[in-house]
Design a protein around this ligand. Structure first.
Ligand code: CMP
Length: 145
């Protein structure tokens, strides 16, 4: 499992018509797309996903933002996927992100930062299961093997 991670193209990415550009960056960096869909999160679904941040001052704004339009969760595969993907997207705050990273190129601010990437292998497993059923994943790439 250490070769998989979950990306989410966030509502600002979709609003800015950047789905294609961002996916190009991801594919050019050598990630394989194993599953992808467009979803509109309910407040409860967004709260569940970001449970770990529930006591942070930005939590309510984060839920408003993440439910403001559709998102595109994507299951990605590459060796050392979690770490490699976090390098590709850059720091949470685009002002602090390295040149050439997805957030540096396209994000507006620390909240509206275009894209999510799992922060550990353990969370990648949980986050993938949050958006994709076993059946969807098995059908694509022998997920259950
Ligand atoms: P991500 O790291 O994908 O998941 C948590 C999200 O919370 C983060 O992206 C931002 O969208 C948001 N976030 C994190 N830190 C802050 C902050 N200090 N202020 C506002 N939003 C934040």
């Amino acid at each position: 499992m250490s070769n998989k991670t979950l990306a989410i193209l966030k509502p600002d990415c979709i609003r800015k018509n950047l789905i294609g550009k961002v996916i190009s960056h991801i594919q050019e960096a050598g990630f394989k797309i194993l599953a992808m869909k467009m979803v509109k999160l309910t407040p409860d679904a967004a709260k569940g996903f970001y449970e770990v941040h529930k006591d942070r001052p930005f939590f309510n704004d984060l839920i408003t933002y993440m439910t403001s339009g559709p998102c595109v969760p994507i299951v990605l595969e590459k060796d050392n996927a979690v770490e490699e993907f976090r390098k590709l997207i850059g720091a949470t705050d685009p002002a602090k992100a390295e040149e050439g990273t997805i957030r540096k190129l396209y994000a507006d601010n620390i909240q509206e930062n275009i894209i999510h990437g799992s922060d550990s292998n353990e969370n990648a497993i949980k986050e993938i299961a949050y958006f994709f059923s076993r059946k969807e994943l098995i059908e694509i790439n022998g997920w259950n093997n």
